[in-house]
Design a protein around this ligand. Structure first.
Ligand code: SF4
Ligand code: SF4
Length: 87
């Protein structure tokens, strides 16, 4: 995998061991992730990417449950949850 330019650390608690990743440059700006998030923590950013769309940003990462709904609906595989490899 090519480098992940954006990393949102949602918790420093070791027990969760999951993180939400967003590759802004892949985003097509559909906003599906924003609409589907049950915690309502994603918002549209004001920063254009190379596709001239506005990727989402996390407004309150501490509320993320890592449910992966955003990942499931994302058509460009831009946002996803991975297990944290650090212990
Ligand atoms: S993993 Fe779930 S709670 Fe976290 S941003 Fe995605 S949809 Fe929202
Ligand atoms: S669902 Fe994916 S492509 Fe659509 S706005 Fe969210 S991150 Fe971007």
């Amino acid at each position: 995998m090519i480098g992940i330019p954006e990393l949102y650390t949602h918790t420093e608690k070791i027990e969760k061991r999951k993180r939400l990743f967003l590759q802004k440059e892949r985003c097509c700006g559909c906003e599906y992730c924003i609409e589907v998030c049950p915690r309502d923590i994603l918002i549209k950013s004001s920063e254009l990417n190379h596709k001239l769309t506005y990727p989402p940003m996390v407004k309150d990462g501490g509320k993320c449950t890592f449910c992966q709904l955003c990942e499931y609906v994302c058509p460009s595989y831009s946002i996803y949850v991975l297990e944290d490899v650090k212990k």
